[in-house]
Design a protein around this ligand. Structure first.
Ligand code: HEM
Length: 784
């Protein structure tokens, strides 16, 4: 095994330590071409890297030309490279093509730097907006607006009745989604410059995912002049378009004080703040981000290809979209992503099945991976294709099956919903009833998207992970869901759909091989070049070609009709199968219901008897209680009235006593006067010898005795009266509390308030007498 010298800086930072490490296993390279001949055995880089990993293990070295490479093919190793040692692997290869395509400092293909960190930070809130943010809302609105435009265009084109290549239309829609969202500009579909820009972006998207022989053998570049000139033309055209049609006006109108309205504002403002940010930086950034639309369009096209092959997938997506539009009466928007798990699962499955980009990293320093020495400048290929197709990680990885990204939820409620909706989604009577509760309702079923599949990393991991992944998911979701809502119509022209997907979209490497003008001397090395051409990766995996080829073969009209009928028959069969399953489920439900019914039938009569008995006993009890409560209320009313009379009378008696004592005072004064008169009279009588008149005191003594007696009697009566009132209150309170207990406990009998009644009746009589002037107290008053 070969060894390499690894230079590490000591922890203090002052010393450089050189150590020898084993190099990862790998085939011995040939002079000049390295291991190129070995790679030529395989159809493409995906197979090459994956097949070699079976022989050489999950980490191995290769040499292409004079460039050292490392291929890493399992999750733990990928994590070790991109997470644990991310700071040593932030570089990108310095390919001539990248300079031609992207000018100075391409966002995705530059080395890691503080500027790159800043650009990523600037992009974050616009490229990965939170669903509660205004950016998310804007993205959703723009997505819906652009899909409406696409639908109108499609309708127009289809009505013309001839075959239609859907790709350019779809790509223009995606481009408008991106420019509208990022730069607040959209373009007419017929705008020739816009059309060209979109087309060139797609070419670049394809190109960037390819490998070219001169990437590894720069000396061969002159032989590829045509290819290089074409690339330069594309990127110059695009740059010019962005400058003139997007940045020009914006540059003039930018208001530094106002809030940024879109991503362009954000980066234009950063130009004025940042030291390293120039006009070109902004231009390249916009170019890179707008260019992302090509990935969205191609992903949706591939998804449509799978739908054309297996209409049931389209049915499932349509079923989910139908629910949204039936219930909420609107287009599918970004907020529906959680409610349409199957659609999201389809996007994930396209990413797994058809898109395993191999974006190379470069070691910027010497490093150690899994004990092997990796020298600075080594190109590291992250073999995502192996992760996506391993039969140890996925069941039946060769089958396109969105279902693998779904998992069961545990809610019984939603299970019932599924069985209803699956049987006939369009005739589900429950749908209308949940019209206004879309946000709260779990629309699907008992399925949800699996939260985390560790070995599924289509956008890579670490600090250079894809910035555009949420834009991709969001816009692809809106496109796929809304296009497939028209699925029935598309199916009826399945033949149109199958021809609508352009062969070149999937088999472009063949096209390039034919186009590139190879010098005669190199023709013999064609097989080697084929491998290199596709070496650094492709967005298309071989599986796609396999399944799409039959669709693009020349077919007779009859064959196409037959295909159409066959696919319809398949749909019908699947529907029948679904219906049979539902029928069985309904049968089982019925059986269960019958059993339940029998059970109730047997249990009901004795239950009814018991219930009747209980209810009549309860009725009696209630009646009794009612009667007792009535009588209590009556007594309470009487007592209240009597209390009122008694207190009035008491007031009256006290007033009377007051008045009498005043009278008594007056009487004493009068008596004094009278006594004086009597004294005079007696003096006169003594003189005349007449009998002396008795003194007033004598006269009054007997009367006063009477009065005193009466007053004492009154006092005694008052005392007695007070006592009676106390007694009445006490009895009243007691009755109240007993009545309360009575209500609480119906078994207790109510104590009849007989004693108190008598007492009160007696008191009432006395009071009545007093008020009528016959009472004792009133007698006193007049008994002068
Ligand atoms: C099928 C769709 C896509 C796939 C599978 C994909 C995948 C990837 C991968 C694997 C990387 C490299 C990560 C690494 O170096 O470890 C990457 C980087 C990147 N992607 Fe995507 N991507 C997609 C779509 C997009 C879109 C739509 C945008 C647009 C906005 C975008 C913008 C970027 C950028 C800017 C980087 C470079 C990040 C950096 O190097 O710091 N991608 N992507």
């Amino acid at each position: 095994m070969r060894k390499v010298k690894i230079i590490k800086v000591s922890s203090k930072g002052s010393e450089r330590i050189v150590k020898e490490y084993k190099q990862a296993p790998g085939p011995v390279p040939w002079p000049i071409v390295g291991n190129l001949a070995l790679l030529a055995r395989f159809e493409g880089p995906f197979e090459a890297f994956t097949e070699l990993s079976k022989e050489l293990g999950d980490i191995y070295s290769l040499t292409i030309g004079s460039i050292r490479c490392l291929v890493v093919s399992n999750l733990d190793l990928i994590k070790e490279v991109l997470n644990q040692n991310g700071k040593f692997f932030g570089g990108r290869p310095d390919f001539l093509r990248y300079h031609k395509l992207f000018g100075g400092d391409p966002l995705a293909l530059c080395n890691w730097s503080p500027l790159q960190q800043k650009r990523r930070n600037l992009a974050r809130s616009h490229c990965s907006p939170r669903d509660s943010s205004s950016h998310f809302q804007r993205m959703s609105d723009i997505g819906c607006l652009e899909i409406t435009e696409l639908m109108l265009k499609l309708k127009n084109e289809i009505s013309k009745g001839h075959e239609l290549d859907i790709k350019p239309l779809l790509q223009r829609t995606c481009a408008n989604m991106f420019t509208h969202y990022m730069c607040s500009v959209r373009f007419d579909y017929e705008d020739k410059d816009f059309q060209k820009t979109v087309e060139y972006f797609d070419e670049i998207f394809w190109e960037i995912n390819q490998g070219r022989v001169y990437d590894f053998f720069p000396a061969l570049a002159p032989f590829f002049r045509k290819n290089i000139t074409t690339m330069t033309k594309w990127s110059a055209f695009i740059r010019n378009f962005i400058l003139k049609r997007i940045m020009h006006d914006r540059n003039r109108n930018i208001d530094m004080e106002e809030d940024e309205k879109d991503f362009t504002d954000v980066i234009l403002k950063s130009l004025s703040e940042g030291e390293n940010v120039t006009n070109d930086t902004i231009l390249y950034m916009l170019e890179d981000f707008i260019g992302g639309h090509s990935a969205v369009g191609n992903l949706v096209l591939i998804a449509l290809g799978h739908v054309a092959k297996n209409p049931l997938i389209g049915e499932r997506i349509k079923e989910e979209a139908d629910k949204i539009s039936t219930i909420a009466n609107r287009k599918v928007n970004l907020y529906d992503m959680d409610k349409m798990p199957y659609t999201m699962a389809t996007i994930s499955e396209v990413l797994r099945y058809s898109s395993s980009p191999i974006v190379p990293h470069v070691a910027t320093e010497d490093a150690i991976i899994s004990g092997y020495g990796v020298t600075k400048g080594t190109v590291v290929f992250i073999n995502n294709f192996k992760l996506n197709t391993s039969s140890q990680l996925w069941t039946n990885p060769d089958i396109f099956d969105p279902e693998r990204f779904l998992e069961q939820t545990s809610e019984i409620k939603s299970q019932k919903f599924l069985s209803k909706t699956k049987s006939n989604p369009r005739a589900n009577p429950d749908m209308e009833t949940v019209k206004d509760n879309l946000d709260n309702e779990n629309l699907d079923t008992n399925m949800r998207l699996k939260a985390n599949i560790p070995h599924f990393i289509p956008f890579s991991i670490g600090k250079r992970t894809c910035i555009g992944q949420n834009l991709l998911r969001g816009f692809a979701f809106i496109l796929l869901a809304n296009i497939l809502q028209q699925y029935r119509r598309l199916l009826s022209i399945a033949f149109w759909l199958s021809t609508a997907l352009p062969l070149t979209c999937f088999l472009r490497s063949t096209k390039y091989l034919l186009e590139i003008s190879y010098p005669r001397s190199l023709r013999s090395a064609l097989r080697v070049i084929i491998v290199v051409v596709a070496l650094t990766g492709s967005s298309m995996c071989p599986n796609c070609r396999e399944f799409l080829l039959p669709y693009f073969e020349e077919k007779s009209k009859e064959e196409l009709l037959l295909d159409d009928i066959k696919s319809k028959v398949k749909v019908c069969e699947a529907e029948i199968e679904g219906l049979c399953k539902d029928l069985n489920a309904i049968k089982n439900d019925c059986k269960q219901l019958e059993e339940d019914y029998d059970f109730f039938d047997n249990e009901m009569p004795p239950l009814q008897d018991d219930t009747l008995e209980c209810s009549s006993a309860l009725e009696d009890k209630v009646k009794q209680l009612q009667a007792k409560t009535d009588s209590l209320f009556k007594s309470h009313k009487i007592i209240a009235e009597e209390n009122k009379i008694l207190s009035e009378t008491l007031d009256y008696v006290s007033a009377e006593m007051q008045r009498q004592s005043v009278q008594y005072e007056q009487l004493s004064i009068e008596n004094k006067n009278l006594q004086n008169v009597i004294n005079q009279l007696n003096d006169m009588k003594l003189e005349t010898g007449m009998k002396i008149v008795p003194s007033v005191n004598d006269l009054n003594n007997s009367r006063q005795d009477n009065i005193k007696q009466t007053i004492n009697k009154t006092k005694r009566f008052k005392k007695q009266f007070d006592k009676q009132i106390d007694a009445t209150d006490f009895a009243d309170n007691r009755r109240k509390s007993e009545a309360g207990d009575e209500c609480k406990n119906s078994k207790m009998g109510i104590v009849p308030p007989n004693d108190s009644k008598k007492l009160i009746q007696q008191k009432s009589k006395n009071m009545a007498k007093m008020r009528n002037g016959n009472g004792m107290i009133l007698n006193i008053r007049f008994d002068k």
